[in-house]
Design a protein around this ligand. Sequence first.
Ligand code: GLP
Length: 243
Amino acid sequence: MRIVRAHDYDDMSRKAANIISAQVTLKPDSVLGLATGSTPLGIYAQLIEWYEKGDLDFSQVSTFNLDEYRGLAHDDPQSYHHFMRANFFDRINIDPANTHVPDGSNLDAEGVCAAYDRSVADAGYPDLQLLGIGRNGHVGFNEPGAVFSKGTYCVDLTPSTIEANSRLFDRVEDVPRQAYTMGVQTIMFARSVLVVASGEEKADAVRAMCLGPVDPQCPASILQLHAACTVIADEAALCKMPA
Ligand code: GLP
């Protein structure tokens, strides 16, 4: 695991965008694993800016998002389908047919998860997987206690995740209680992983991910065993790490 120190959120975003940009430049038909949440927003904004300047071309790229709330229509403003279109896909030249997000509108959990696993496998798994990290060490929606050997599955969200994500909903009761998420096994199949973290509320999770035992109680800790994992975190998120 390689740890890159960023001064602040903007610096973290630029550094991470540089890595994604290099990936797409070197391999124009890259498969990118993408994440939602507030943390990657600055990365997407930077990539859009470089696309608009003519420095990046996404026409051959395909993407697989980590997760989606179960029970939300694709055009629901809280859905990750909507988030990805609004914050990235609609603003670059990616072919919408090459973008994949688990189908939260379909309640057939087994069918949705099996189909998603098949399409990620058919694409050959991500060349680069972007990840945020939850305050409790979750990745995607793999909550503490997650089984490391799973592909995509339907998960019951923990009260801490529901509370953390409720900031984006009108009321905490509106946050879906379940989600479809790529499992840890699928994430580990990516050829490289890029984790981004910003802010002091992530400091405990970052420390557990990097220095704690590899333990399902901190799902991100499995990344210590990935052959090509880079963590880019700002000073606040690294405040509990040794200098
Ligand atoms: C959500 C997402 C995760 C994300 C996490 C942290 O629960 N499913 O993929 O990493 O939140 O989000 P944020 O970046 O907003 O702190």
